[in-house]
Write a protein that binds this ligand. Structure first.
Ligand SMILES: [Fe+2]
Length: 291
């Protein structure tokens, strides 16, 4: 998800913490791939090809969205992604196990990566949380393969404009904001649980660009497409945030609970990467992808 040599690795997350020794096995020689134009090709191969059509290069995302055919291609990509099941990737749902010291909260299976997009699987242990983070200038699609994840989707509100409930941009930062910190206005757009029965969760440079992901009621796994991948050298570095409620204490009750309606104005406080958020890479066991 990020350029080779990126000190934080290809997802922009704590890859300095990733343990050495994992091999790149996403192009194993165990199973030859079918021709690229073969309708009988593995679903993951067709998905990767559609991703390469939808995201032909890492160019300006604004230009990409204005490109003729982009919406149609994105729709086809979402449709294909929605068909992928764990068994298509030769993944068996994992059982819950206790939190063991030294074991990461998540692992990642790299399927393929180009300058235009990355495709891989995140496997979360029960209760694992991917902290609130952004995807600068990027598109993303997430498809749950097994288990349940609760996803919060947010956006930053740019000063003087941007989406969201504008009147609340004027509120003061909430009590408890760390001294010297500068929270930025944001909007919590949605919070929902996703399973393998759910349609993919989609983000874009301008909509639902921030999210937090939590594995609930057991382990979970999801297929992840990022386009283009994180790359700090090109301004696509992952930032982490803490969400602070913007309404003063007691306002929720005063408004009869209506404050929990969505979308809801919040504050976003940029934070360092959490020490307990780290992962390892593991081999991808499914059909190989050739582009
Ligand atoms: Fe993400």
């Amino acid at each position: 998800m990020a350029a080779a040599g990126d000190p934080k690795g290809w997802t922009g997350w704590g890859f300095s913490k990733w343990k050495a020794g994992w091999r790149r096995l996403w192009r194993s020689e165990e199973e030859p791939s079918k021709p690229q134009d073969d309708d009988g090709a593995p679903l993951i191969q067709r998905l990767a090809l559609q991703a390469s059509l939808t995201f032909p290069g890492p160019g300006d995302p604004g230009d990409l969205e204005a490109t003729s055919g982009f919406r149609e291609n994105l729709g086809r990509l979402q449709s294909l992604l929605g068909q992928v099941r764990a068994r298509d990737l030769r993944l068996a749902p994992r059982r819950a196990s206790g939190r063991a010291p030294g074991r990461p909260p998540f692992t990642y299976m790299r399927i393929c990566e180009t300058p235009a997009f990355s495709l891989g699987v995140f496997l979360l242990r029960a209760g694992a949380r991917i902290p609130l983070h952004d995807h600068p200038g990027m598109h993303g699609l997430l498809r749950v393969l097994y288990g349940t994840v609760r996803i919060r989707c947010l956006d930053r509100l740019e000063p003087g404009g941007g989406p969201g409930p504008g009147a609340l941009r004027q509120q003061a930062p909430p009590p408890g904001t760390p001294e010297g910190a500068t929270p930025r206005p944001g909007v919590l757009r949605s919070e929902a649980e996703y399973t393998e029965a759910s349609a993919p969760c989609v983000l874009s440079p301008s909509q639902d660009n921030l999210h937090q992901i939590l594995a609930v009621r057991g382990p979970a796994a999801f297929l992840d497409i990022l386009a283009p991948p994180y790359d700090p050298t090109l301004g696509r570095e992952c930032h982490y945030y803490q969400m602070l409620e913007r309404l003063p204490l007691g306002a929720e009750e005063a408004q009869g609970g209506a404050t929990w309606d969505l979308p809801r104005a919040v504050w976003l406080l940029e934070t360092p990467e959490a020490d307990d958020f780290w992962g390892e890479e593991e081999p991808y066991p499914g059909p190989k992808v050739l582009l």
